[in-house]
Design a protein around this ligand. Sequence first.
Ligand SMILES: [Zn+2]
Ligand SMILES: [Zn+2]
Length: 107
Amino acid sequence: MPKLIKINASFTCECCGRKVRPHPEGSCRDHCPYCLCSKHMDHELPGDRKSSCGATMEPVAAARDAKRDIVIFYRCQNNDKLFRVKMAPDDNWQKIVELTTVPTPEK
Ligand SMILES: [Zn+2]
Ligand SMILES: [Zn+2]
């Protein structure tokens, strides 16, 4: 049996090495708020944690969605899979702003 992964847990970021606290609003902590890197853990649906990939996913762009939430687009470095996740309230805002200047990979 694979180890069960707690979705909103603290973890140490594999990219910048900083300790990441759980999401301040109790939502899914799926990326590092400092360097915004994520890890390929979901297979088809956000939060299903069914992927065995585990490779680093780098943020490639950010944009406002229809609900005016900011979403971050990720691409897996291992298999090019694209993901989009909601920004967390304590994400590095300067990095988000930089990413919004990049064209999004999908609409
Ligand atoms: Zn990080
Ligand atoms: Zn992957």
